[in-house]
Design a protein around this ligand. Structure first.
Ligand code: SF4
Length: 218
């Protein structure tokens, strides 16, 4: 897809899903520590389930220091409902311990430092940088971003690293912070994994998947 078409998709999606009060996050947090821990916990589950365990988790462990002192087994019951609680408890306690040991109890602000934390990959680091600090060095590629990007034709790949590379090459830097938000909104509302609502889609005329589907019907 060329820049002009990509920017037209972006413009239409922004009209459909306007950013209100500068909110582009789906997980509720009060500070970078909460953003980091909840984003780690959000792997393989829904934002809603993560939001549901937030209050109890941070009432018990409100700071990196408090979580660093915990035994992962004590944390497990608080996050049991989100799945993979055994591994996730170890990730978040390990992350808290590294925050205390290596970063003065603060969440670091670089991709490299964030990715040195247990359970933090490029997607999580991109989300925390963008949402907690307003720093956009890339675009987080989750399941919605991956599916919608491939269908529309922003990328030909299903590999998250390549998709991110294609997205940052395609869009101007000032759009990066919106792309993750817009593609997630569109992927949840219209371009769903099963039975996407092509007839309701406002970018259908620009979409590769739709074009190829129509060509196949002829
Ligand atoms: S036309 Fe269909 S496949 Fe393309 S973006 Fe819209 S809903 Fe998704």
């Amino acid at each position: 897809m060329n820049l002009e078409a990509a920017c037209e998709v972006y413009r239409r999606l922004l009209l459909q899903y306007p950013v209100i009060d500068d909110r582009r996050h789906f997980i509720e947090f009060h500070n970078p520590f909460e953003s980091l821990i909840l984003t780690i916990l959000s792997a393989q589950t829904t934002d809603r389930s993560v939001n549901a365990i937030r209050d109890a988790l941070f009432a018990r462990y409100p700071t990196p220091g408090a979580l660093a002192r915990a035994d992962p087994e004590e944390v497990e019951p608080l996050i049991h409902s989100i799945g993979f609680h055994h591994a996730k408890a170890r990730y978040i306690v390990g992350t808290a311990r590294k925050l205390v040991a290596d970063f003065g109890g603060e969440v670091p602000r670089t991709m490299e430092e964030l990715q040195s934390l247990p359970g933090v990959g490029r997607k999580t680091a991109n989300i925390v940088l963008s949402h907690a600090f307003g720093i956009n060095v890339g675009i987080a590629v989750d399941t919605h971003v991956r599916r919608v990007s491939k269908r529309i034709g922003f990328t030909g790949s299903t590999n998250p690293d390549i998709i991110e590379r294609d997205l940052v090459a395609l869009f101007p830097e000032e759009a990066w912070r919106d792309i993750n938000y817009l593609l997630i909104r569109h992927g949840r509302a219209i371009c769903t994994a099963q039975n996407p609502k092509h007839e309701e889609c406002l970018v259908a005329d620009l979409c590769r998947y739709y074009r190829e589907m129509k060509a196949g019907e002829k």
